[in-house]
Design a protein. Structure first.
Length: 112
């Protein structure tokens, strides 16, 4: 997978979390991004191309502020675990920036 938006950081393999990219900013600061978050980011890039870099910059700023972060797709259903890290969803970043995507999906009408 191409992690173009994070190419300035060192990508480190974590055998305990082999499916989640682990980026290291410096000795004290690093973060993980679950694959679903990359899908969410691509959705924001498609819908808000003019604000996409702001989202990336804010994401990185939040990592620098908190030092140890795991970006998860869902607080209740994450699969990357690491002690000492905080868990954030992409919506934690975008909502604080007042960048919203309306979820128009709904369940099926069948069986009602």
């Amino acid at each position: 997978m191409n992690y173009e938006d994070f190419k300035q950081f060192k990508l480190v393999k974590d055998n305990d979390n082999p499916f989640t990219p682990h980026f290291v900013i410096d000795e004290e600061t690093d973060f993980y991004i679950e694959p679903i978050v990359f899908t969410q980011l691509s959705g924001f890039k498609e819908r808000h191309p003019d604000k996409y870099q702001l989202i990336i910059d804010s994401l990185i700023s939040r990592v620098r502020q908190n030092k140890k972060v795991i970006f998860v797709g869902d607080y209740e259903n994450y699969f990357t675990e690491k002690e000492g890290y905080i868990y954030l969803e992409l919506l934690d970043i975008t909502d604080s920036l007042k960048i919203f995507v309306e979820d128009k999906s709904r369940g099926s009408d069948y069986g009602d």
